[in-house]
Design a protein around this ligand. Structure first.
Ligand SMILES: C[S@@+](CC[C@H](N)C(=O)[O-])C[C@H]1O[C@@H](n2cnc3c(N)ncnc32)[C@H](O)[C@@H]1O
Length: 414
């Protein structure tokens, strides 16, 4: 059933499907001698990857959707609205934990009392207690005895995983104020395609998100860390890019990684495909970091170049790789970025965009749909390519199994 379709099953029917899918999942974990999910601080950070077991993955997705439905049915409609509104409070609580480094004040083994934590972070004990107790309702921290706090699996990630900590920082300190400005931006600039009139621009009084990061190096470093963390989630893994395109068939070829950030996609491809050469293009600050960290054995095949992607493309390449570029820009600016590449293309060159392609509601899992509601559909991508240059066409769209992104291949019309 589509995830936004009206629910017609009884509570017992939903619970019964939950029960059978739980049994299926449990049997799979047991057969692979995998750890049963737990909130313990030493648990695996992510649910075990089920890419090689699509039926079990489907059971897991159905479980997530059904438990959510059952929860909301039992909650009742008025409380569903309250739950949604309370969501922003929970994000603010997480922001307080991040900002005051509450996670760092609690040792991974042993834990701490509220009074010890309050002294370490310099806040009143009652404030610390209310923040932690609110977070604990979401399994971030727990009390193992009255007034004594220990880490859980989720809170331990804030200590052990810097990329995830950066993601939490970016989300709570940049995405949260941005979302609070969404309606203001819609009121003041309805239908605007200008980055300077976006909710982000209003929240941070800037001309664009990338200008803002370029001028705020600490926040930029955190954003890069956060993006690297995002790349580690199974649906966005670089492995899908390595396996999802005919890289070998290209033979000796030059890949231009437009807006390639630190070059992590290009370096993964360079390691896997020794015939390929790469030019990673991004803003000056960004490529400096990537060039510094590049492994010496890749230096002859992976080059870095400062290039503003709104300016004419200086390099003739076989592939112009654009991962997660157009999804940050309105169609007007996405077309400008693409148009700047066209004069440099050979007849055989391809632009390879790696982006989400929005599906009809209910086609994807709810988890995936939640992250994609603002993305482009297949028709939107076709319009964008046509708007860029009528000589171009989409040659193919392929979504590798388990990938949240598709490989959108664009070339000159044949
Ligand atoms: C969402 S990130 C995607 C990075 C990378 N391709 C990936 O897959 O994670 C967008 C990238 O575009 C770069 N960028 C933004 N404005 C740019 C511009 N005018 N010229 C070149 N790169 C730009 C940013 O620095 C950032 O690295």
């Amino acid at each position: 059933m589509g995830s936004i379709a009206v629910e017609t099953r009884s509570l017992v029917d939903i619970a019964s499907r939950i029960s059978s899918n739980t049994a299926l999942l449990n049997k799979h974990l047991a057969s692979k001698v995998l750890q049963t999910p737990t909130f313990d601080k030493d648990a695996e950070e992510d649910f075990h990857s089920l890419t090689d077991a699509p039926k079990i993955e489907a059971a897991r997705e159905a479980l997530l959707e059904d438990t959510n439905r059952l929860h909301d049915l039992v909650l009742g409609p008025a409380n569903v609205l309250r739950r949604i509104c309370w969501g922003s409070m929970n994000t603010s609580v997480l922001r307080a934990i991040y900002h005051f480094k509450i996670h760092e004040a609690i040792p991974l083994s042993g834990g701490s009392t509220y009074s010890e934590i309050a002294t370490k972070v310099g806040l009143p004990e009652h404030r610390v207690k209310s923040i932690i107790r609110q977070a604990a309702l979401d399994h971030v921290f727990a009390e193992d005895s009255p007034n004594h706090v220990v880490h859980t699996a989720a809170s331990a990630i804030l200590i052990r995983n810097k990329a995830m900590l950066d993601w939490v920082g970016h989300f709570t300190e940049e995405a949260l104020p941005t979302s609070a400005n969404l309606v203001d931006a819609m009121e003041r600039y309805p239908g605007s395609e200008e980055p300077g009139e976006s909710a982000f621009a209003l929240a941070f009084n800037t001309q664009s998100i990338f200008k803002f990061f370029d001028e705020n190096n600490d926040r930029q470093a955190r954003f890069f860390g956060a993006m690297a963390g995002v790349g580690k989630s199974p649906g966005l893994s670089v492995q899908h890019i390595l396996k999802g395109y005919g890289w070998v068939q290209l033979g000796k070829a030059l890949v231009v990684d437009v807006g390639g950030s630190s070059g992590f996609v290009s370096t993964a491809l360079a390691n896997a495909y020794p015939d390929l050469e790469f030019e990673v293009q991004d803003l000056q600050h960004t490529i400096e970091k990537g060039a510094q960290d590049l492994a010496p054995e890749l230096r002859s095949r992976v080059k870095f170049m400062a290039h503003d992607f709104f300016k004419p493309q200086p390099t003739t390449g076989d592939i112009y790789l654009m991962r997660h570029i157009c999804h940050d820009w309105s169609s007007k600016y996405s077309a400008k970025i693409l148009r700047a590449i066209v004069p440099a293309m050979k007849p055989s060159s391809r632009i390879l965009m790696i982006e989400s392609v929005m599906q009809a509601p209910g086609t994807l899992s709810q988890l995936q749909e939640r992250t994609m509601s603002q993305e482009r559909s297949r028709e939107d991508w076709e319009d964008l390519v046509f708007q860029t240059d009528p000589k171009l066409e989409i040659k193919s769209i392929h979504r590798p199994a388990g990938s949240w992104d598709s490989m959108i291949e664009v070339g000159f019309k044949s």
